[in-house]
Ligand binder design. Structure first.
Ligand SMILES: Cc1cc2nc3c(=O)[nH]c(=O)nc-3n(C[C@H](O)[C@H](O)[C@H](O)COP(=O)(O)OP(=O)(O)OC[C@H]3O[C@@H](n4cnc5c(N)ncnc54)[C@H](O)[C@@H]3O)c2cc1C
Length: 396
């Protein structure tokens, strides 16, 4: 098993880290909900914004792993910029790249790669949160037009996205359609805000008409359609790992400098153990993330591996940002410092993109799917004498 990154990947990460620390760090914690357009254009000018997009539209057609490494590197300095980088590569624009027509690529991916267009994704509905089988939004094809009806909740980036990837029922099966922000019949509701300060909107489709050429996936099963969402989970996990690294870096700096009871915090064993726990979780997340991404190639990861990653990385980000705040004392929870924002940002990630409970369900189902009650059970030891219990359906 080779754990080494390629020279090209290491160079890319070095360049992105340098760019982010020099150009993005000064404003990293004061974007609020603005699109960091200048940062996106700087990434575009250096050929990074379309890293995983097709070469024909100005992308670099790099595999998912490169997109993951880039998103993590950016998030470790400027999580806000990393969110938009993810949207352009491993997020909704990635679905457009994999499943959209050349005409859609030309019209929409080219501006994404230039840092001029943001793509949003609309999946969640009132009766379809964790349970996507409850999807009710539907579309029907009428000649050259597709007519969409339904309501989508919690669409992130809806205030700024120029187009939306919409997952819905389509002509009796499942599919995905690209819908322009100004499509007739689409209403974008007033914004509400996550605890991170990022905003989301409700999208209402009332006989919304789009050209049939905007259909990206049709005639699909729900399972196959949802597999398209798995890269998104890796991208979000990369952001989570980056945020955890950033929180750890801030904590390390703080405990090196702060003294209490006559010694530096960094010399107190109990606090050093907290650092060890943070590092262990971050490295474990990275291993799960890189393995899933490497195996995805330029396609999509497995459901099982993407759930392992998303579960571990989102809980890691929550744990590490929380622990880093604790190591800072009052400064950690002060609004004057970035840590409390990192915590508020990471907190939503145990819910977004599939909750941690749903990922545990997926992992358990995968592992237990071949376990049958009639499977041979281990022979009990007899050398312990009396008292070996007989378990129901089990060892006797
Ligand atoms: C920051 C953020 C960004 C988001 N961005 C978008 C976006 O851009 N586009 C979009 O479409 N959606 C987005 N969402 C919505 C997100 O996908 C949903 O919130 C998520 O799928 C959970 O659905 P729900 O909120 O309806 O919770 P529910 O499904 O109602 O779940 C409530 C609770 O019940 C638990 N639960 C449900 N079923 C089970 C079960 N079978 N076993 C165990 N526990 C269970 C859940 O884990 C959870 O704890 C975003 C959410 C957040 C927080």
């Amino acid at each position: 098993m080779d754990f080494a990154l390629t020279t090209e990947q290491q160079t890319m990460m070095g360049e992105l880290d340098k760019l982010a620390r020099q150009q993005f760090a000064p404003k990293a914690f004061s974007w609020n909900d603005e699109v960091p357009w200048p940062n996106l254009r700087m990434l575009a000018d250096r050929g990074y914004l379309g890293l995983c997009l097709p070469v024909g539209v100005g992308g670099a057609a790099r595999p998912v792993l490169d997109g993951i490494l880039a998103a993590e590197t950016l998030a470790a300095v400027c999580p806000h910029t990393a969110g938009f980088f993810h949207a352009a590569n491993t997020g909704p624009a990635g679905h457009l790249a994999r499943r959209g027509s050349p005409a859609l690529h030309e019209r929409y991916l080219r501006p994404v790669a230039r840092g001029e267009l943001v793509v949003g994704i609309a999946l969640t509905e009132a009766q379809a949160g964790s349970d996507v089988s409850g999807l009710a939004a539907s579309a029907e094809t009428h000649g050259d037009t597709v007519v969409i009806n339904g309501t989508k909740l919690y669409t992130s980036h809806a205030m700024v996205a120029g187009v939306f990837v919409v997952f819905l029922r389509l002509d009796g099966a499942y599919g995905s359609i690209l819908v322009e922000r100004d499509a007739p019949g689409l209403t974008i509701g007033p914004p509400d805000a996550w605890m991170s300060g990022e905003r989301y909107c409700t999208l209402t489709f009332d006989h919304c008409e789009v050209p049939v050429g905007n259909v990206m996936v049709s005639g699909s099963s729900l399972r196959d359609l949802m597999n398209e969402y798995l890269v998104e989970r890796l991208g979000n996990s990369a952001r989570a790992v980056g945020v955890a690294r950033l929180a750890l870096e801030l904590a390390e700096q703080h405990i090196q400098g702060r003294r209490q009871f006559g010694s530096r915090l960094v010399d107190m064993q109990g606090l050093r153990w907290k650092v060890a726990d943070m590092v262990m979780r971050i490295e474990a997340s990275q291993l799960l993330l890189y393995r899933a991404a490497a195996r995805a190639g330029t396609g999509v990861p497995s459901l099982y591996e993407s759930s392992l990653v998303k579960l571990h990385a989102s809980e890691t980000a929550k744990f590490v940002t929380d622990t880093a705040m604790q190591l800072h004392g009052a400064l950690g929870v002060s609004r004057a410092m970035p840590l409390e924002w990192l915590y508020r940002l990471a907190r939503g990630w145990t819910i977004a993109g599939g909750t941690v409970e749903i990922h545990r369900n997926i992992i358990a189902s995968h592992v237990l799917r071949h376990t049958h009650a009639e499977a041979p059970s281990p022979t009990p030891r007899t050398d312990l004498g009396a008292g070996v219990p007989t378990l129901p359906g089990g060892n006797g």
